[in-house]
Design a protein around this ligand. Sequence first.
Ligand code: UD2
Ligand code: MN
Length: 372
Amino acid sequence: MVSIHSKWRYIFMFLGIQLVVMALLSREGYQKRMSYFIRIFRKTDATLGRNHTGAGLTGGDVYANLSHLSKAHIHGDDLPYCPKTSPLISGPIHVSFPSGLTLEEVQRRNPLVVRGGRYRPPNCDARHRTAIIIPHRHREHHLKFLLYYLHPLLQRQQLQYGIYIIHQAGNYTFNRAKLMNVGFREAMREEDWDCLFFHDVDLIPEDDRNTYVCDSNPKHAAIAMDKFGYKLPYKMYFGGVSALTPLHYLKMNGFPNNYWGWGGEDDDIGVRVSLAGMYITRPSLKVGRYKMIKHKLDKGNDVNPKRFNMLAKTRQTWKLDGMNTAEYETISWQYLPLYTNITVNIGTEEVQHVTVVEDFLHQKINRAHSDE
Ligand code: UD2
Ligand code: MN
């Protein structure tokens, strides 16, 4: 009898505990608790060194982890290589756009960034050298937020990096892709970068595991944006943020110069990747997340009505128009505290059109001569 009683007692106790656990899990914090349990079993992976000051589903402070880096270590010649995976990487980042942020504040929070927006890790030798190329005009408000988030994110990734703003002079129609060609040439002229990130000014990365290093093929980094519901809008999409090595860039003859106004150039670039015999790589949807600062279409960047016709001809045009024909005039070069600003005159649609037609005629004439 006694033993049957105690058996029932244990069964009731066991059921009771199960009920409590189920009640706990089914409350609204269920997901958080589950991920906490899962993390316990995965302690040894890349989450090592994670900052626990709020890095959860909503993301952590992008400036956490960086305060212990000090200027004192800088410029050691015999520094060891940085580890393959940075211990400062932490995962999701909280992104918001507080009013009142100033460039001085961004500067104050990034004491190790030097003139021209350059940085090298103070206590190890970086494995990667990345240039960020940002096409720009009249978006100072967005630029400030991008700098606020990008500088610390790149520092967490222990990269050697530089930020270049390619500023289109004048009020003529904007040309994003041509500005990228300018950025490529000017940045490479200055330093031997091994990777270039072509970056919209209004896209803020939301996860520092999205590393700003190149792959063996051109990489599309902005795979999941809030504006597309954090999904890839279509398979060949290559807009927003992409990463190419100098070799990738030259192999596809850079980007087109003749897309004036909004749209089409990103698809042209995507097509060039495959025409040059390469393919697009991407980070996972979980990691390649970006927030786009909301905005309207800018003055001077009307939708390009010719974009579909032009896109249909990329196969014929990509070798004739691109890095090999990018003509521009550099107006000024400024090493500012948080970035290098290159102001450039890239001409206008009409002037460029003449150049392209002239080139075409020259080629025809040359061919005719060589046939004689
Ligand atoms: C989409 C793509 C973008 C590009 C564009 C079509 C996303 C997130 N991005 O952006 O990569 O293909 O469509 O051209 O889908 N800019 C200026 N000043 C201007 C105009 C443009 O600085 O007056 C720069 C700035 O870096 C901006 C970028 O050009 O982020 C793209 O222009 P957008 O933001 O107006 O176009 P959007 O958001 O539709
Ligand atoms: Mn935009």
